[in-house]
Design a protein around this ligand. Structure first.
Ligand code: ATP
Ligand code: MG
Length: 247
């Protein structure tokens, strides 16, 4: 048990969830390393949601609400850290959820499918009995996607995505939204909307935003999306990284 008074309490709690997910067998070893990289960036932004991240989240939710077939892509990390929050967001924006693993094995897919079912979400895509296709006919695991999910989606929210996969999605003409603590990653640079924040803060915040934006008219949402400049916002995100003590 980590004592609540520990200065790194929140961070250690997340680390514990990641370790447990690895022990249960649904998180690849590289998922643990990816978490460590995320931790480092989170430390450098003070483990708080920054203003550019908030702005990107408003735009992202607007884009998701405007989509015909939005899909939230989930992997082991996202599931370990924010399964209930992801399910809530999917409901709030009327999106599907699809399992999308960099190191896809039947066992991991089976375990993650069961977790979502145990948490009350029955319609998970990308499971073992789902109809899978290859995006743009790229016969590679990185390009596999559920026929009714990512394969036919117009907008995909991909938290903690790898750059290779993000590139395939982007090239296929989909709108890509990422939640990635590293504003320098290929995924962040390649996405249409990049949210530099920890998934555990971003997802519930986006659900709240959805409740607000759902009451706005379509024109308001379209303007939000059109006025956004991801490159500029990423530059501002990068400026939030403090490397001098006391800054
Ligand atoms: P890319 O392939 O896009 O260049 P990468 O190779 O540096 O990125 P990956 O391991 O492929 O990184 O993807 C994991 C990404 O997820 C990392 O950029 C990491 O910073 C980020 N990340 C890890 N944990 C979290 C978290 N809890 N919330 C948000 N982002 C996270
Ligand atoms: Mg990568």
């Amino acid at each position: 048990m980590i004592p609540k008074s520990h200065p790194r309490y929140e961070s250690l709690l997340l680390r514990d969830k990641i370790v447990k997910a690895a022990q249960k067998g649904y998180l690849a070893d590289s998922g643990m390393i990816a978490h460590g990289r995320g931790e480092a960036f989170d430390y450098l932004i003070g483990e708080k949601t920054t203003y550019p991240a908030k702005r990107a989240m408003y735009v992202a939710v607007a884009a998701l609400l405007l989509s015909n077939n939005p899909v939230i892509s989930v992997n082991g990390n996202a599931t370990a850290l924010a399964i209930d929050e992801i399910i809530d967001l999917a409901k709030a924006i009327n999106a599907k959820i699809e399992i999308n693993l960099f190191y896809r094995t039947d066992e991991r897919v089976r375990l993650i499918t069961k977790l979502y079912k145990d948490h009350g979400y029955k319609d998970i895509l990308g499971s073992l009995d789902d109809d899978m296709e290859y995006i743009d006919d790229i016969k590679n695991n990185r390009a596999s996607a559920s026929k009714n999910g990512i394969y036919s989606a117009d907008t995909v929210l991909v938290p903690l995505e790898d750059g290779d996969r993000a590139e395939i999605l982007k090239k296929s003409g989909k709108k890509i939204i990422t939640i990635d603590l590293n504003p320098l990653s290929r995924t962040s640079k390649m996405s249409d909307i990049s949210i530099m924040d920890n998934i555990v803060r971003a997802i519930p915040f986006m659900t709240k935003i959805a409740e607000d934006l759902k009451t706005q008219d379509k024109k308001f949402l379209i303007d939000l999306v059109n006025e956004f400049d991801n490159e500029e916002n990423l530059k501002e995100s990068l400026q939030q990284i403090k490397i001098k003590e006391g800054e």
